[in-house]
Each structure stands twice: as C-alpha cells, then as structure tokens.
Design a protein around this ligand. Structure first.
Ligand code: NIG
Ligand code: FE
Length: 384
C-alpha cells in the first residue's frame, strides 16, 4: 500500500541535504510517498510518482511526527489542588510524588492502562507519534514491573525509574532502597524496559547513589538517562556527561561547566518548559545551550505533578517565548532532538527510509505552532 501526500506548502524534513543551511531542511511545494509504513520518496510535488492513494494537503505544512522523549504516563490520581496551591505561592518540592505513588499502587492494571491510553491519544491528537514512558510511581518490585508492562503496551521506549524518590517504606533506610532498586526491582523491571533513569536531585538521590543505580542498570542491559538540575544546580548534569549518557533531562539550573561538559560529551540536553510553567521555576535558556553547541531536545514531561501537559505544540510555544529559541529550533528540538535523546535515527526526520510518521498542520508553516499558542493546529497524523 502506498500513499502520496501532495500539494504540501511547507514540508519540514529535518534533512540537512534537502535545503543546505536550513536547520529544518524545508521544502516548499513538496510531496511525500509512504509505502508500507516507511517514507519511500520525498521531492517536488510536480515530480511526484503515482501511488495507490492520494492525499491533497492543500498548501498546508507537514512535519515529522513529534518525538516526546520524556513522560510519566503510568499513574493514577489527581494533583490539581497541589497545582492550585503552587499558583498561589507554594513551592514545588517533588513531595507530591508520594501522593501519586499511593494512588497508583491502589489502581488496577486496567485502570492504569486506560489512563495511559487516554494520554497517548491526547498526545497523538497534538502531533506526537513517538513517545517514551517511565515507571516511577510504583516504587515496589511488583508495582514498578507492572507499570513497565503497561507502558510497553504503548511504546518500546520504556524507562525504569524505580529511583524516582525513596519509597515510603524505606524512608529511614535509603541505602536499603537503593539495594532494592539495583537488586530485585531491577531484575523484575529490566525485561520490560530499554532505559534506566534516576532523579538525581537534593531530596531524591545523590551522585553516588545515581552512579550505583546507573551502573547496575547498565550491567542489566539498560541504557542510562538522568533527571538532573531541575530544582537547583547539582552534580547530575556533569555525571551524565561523564558517563556519556544519551540524554539528561530538565537542565533548569546549569553552570558554565555543565554546559561545556554537555557539549564535549555530546549528551542531549532535554528541556521541559512545561515544568517551569507549572512550577514557576525560571526557564533555562535554550539559546545558551544551542549557542554553546549542545544538542537540545524539547519534551513534555507529562506527569500529574510538576507538569500535566501532553502538548508538544504548547512546549514549542514556551521554548520560543521563554527560552530564546527560534520557531525552527523549537520544532527541531521536539522532533529530531527528541529522536536524538532516544538514540533513534528512524524517526524525527522525513527522509527515504524513515518511519512513516508525519503531522499535518492546519497552518501554512511550522512558525504557526508558536505564533498561535493554545490553538489546536494539528489536523491529523500518519504513523507507521
Ligand atoms: O520529571 N522530577 C521528578 N519527577 C517528575 C515529577 C514527578 C511529580 O511531581 O509527580 C518530573 O518533573
Ligand atoms: Fe520527569
């Protein structure tokens, strides 16, 4: 089965070869052919080959489907009151994670899966075609393993985050909790996960604990990533660079040394502007990172506490308005950047051989994603 999408006013390819010197590799008056779940042809509409079916984009913009490299969708419960209190001046200290842990443990597998399905559908309506999902609201052997089993029903990009915070049962024995995470919990989680993550932050896990947990995960065949420098400067970003991790996420508080370490290591900095929006922390500067030569991704961090948005268009608008990024840089960060943060080359680009994951906007150009914040511009997606 082949589908020709033609009459595309602006096609964002993220392919440097498509338009030299243009970050997004934009082609105008373009067409794409999708064959059996793969992009099989990209070029000028006038040159398009025949296909089994034809879709007329009527001059609108087509982009690679967004790649959301950071979400926490396996949860139950609601923390709207916590958000309301923050907007009235309370500070965010991640203590609410335990509220979600209690609700998640009490939920059935079907309830958890229904919640993930609802949020994945939300993401899809907003242009996301690849997503990562973390565990981290179970914090027991069984609840972490089942969180990952549920997540796996929706994506291959699953991340074991048993080291989100110390489980309540181990409040007086954090070392015992690290032993649990690196022992039986990891053994139960690893078959369902691709990544291992640690919340390396004051009040969660320190540098030594993070090293221990990442080393155990790596030995079990998982790839490391980190939550770091979200609530203040700390060792997490430097640790990620030292270990050569694919990505380190949040990066809200960065020293110049942190920025240089990221650049030298080639570790992707994943910015999560919805978190700053929802916690009133200051936005990090995407401009500073990009100007220093760091690869930047933008992701949602969709979770019930620090940031309950599933919308990458919203995050793109924030990245442009609040983090000094151009619309092109923000769109790149939410597509090719997200792919880089997941170590993927088959998504985030519209080139022959890539997965057939595309987003059609009800708008003539990608700039509208930031120019028209809060407007549902995604007309439809195609996915392999
Ligand atoms: O990415 N930083 C830690 N974890 C989540 C927040 C979790 C929560 O507040 O429930 C985050 O922001
Ligand atoms: Fe997170």
């Amino acid at each position: 089965m082949s589908l020709l999408i033609t009459n595309i006013g602006e096609l964002v390819t993220n392919d440097p070869a498509a338009a030299p010197g243009d970050l997004l590799g934009v082609r105008t008056d373009a067409a794409v052919v999708l064959t059996d779940g793969v992009v099989s042809w990209v070029g000028a509409a006038a040159d398009a080959p025949a296909a089994d079916e034809v879709f007329d984009a009527r001059g609108r913009a087509v982009l690679p489907g967004f790649v959301d490299s950071h979400s926490h969708l396996v949860f139950a419960g609601d923390r709207a009151l916590e958000f309301q209190a923050r907007m009235a001046g309370e500070s965010y200290a991640a203590g609410g994670i335990r509220t979600t842990v209690a609700a998640t443990r009490a939920a059935s597998d079907d309830q958890l899966a229904a919640g993930v399905a609802r949020h994945v559908a939300e993401m899809r309506r907003q242009g996301t075609t690849t997503l990562e999902i973390k565990s981290g609201y179970g914090l027991s052997v069984d609840d972490e393993a089942r969180s990952l089993r549920v997540a796996r029903e929706f994506t291959d990009e699953t991340t074991f985050l048993g080291a989100h915070v110390v489980a309540p049962e181990y409040a007086d024995d954090p070392a015992g909790y690290v032993d649990l995470v690196t022992g039986p919990m990891l053994a139960a989680a690893a078959p369902h996960a691709r990544w291992i993550d640690v919340f390396c932050e004051r009040g969660a896990f320190d540098e030594d604990q993070a090293r221990t947990i990442l080393a155990a995960g790596t030995a079990a065949g998982l790839k490391g990533r980190l939550h770091a420098n979200q609530l203040g400067e700390g060792p997490g970003v430097r640790l990620a660079a030292e270990l050569g991790l694919t990505a380190v996420d949040h990066c809200t508080y960065l020293s110049d040394d942190d920025v240089h370490a990221l650049r030298d290591a080639g570790t992707v900095a994943t910015l999560l502007p919805g978190v700053e929006f929802s916690t009133r922390h200051p936005y990090p500067s995407g401009r500073r990172l990009i100007d220093a030569g760091v690869t930047v991704a933008v992701a949602s961090d969709c979770n019930p506490g620090s940031c309950y948005t599933s919308s990458l268009p919203f995050c793109i608008a924030l990245a442009v308005r609040e983090m000094g990024m151009t619309p092109a840089e923000a769109v790149w960060a939410a597509s090719a950047g997200g792919a880089a943060a997941l170590g993927r080359t088959d998504v985030g680009r519209v080139v022959p051989g890539a997965r057939a994951d595309l987003t059609l906007l009800d708008a003539p150009t990608h700039v509208h994603l930031a120019y028209r914040p809060g407007v549902p511009l995604v007309a439809r997606t195609w996915t392999a």
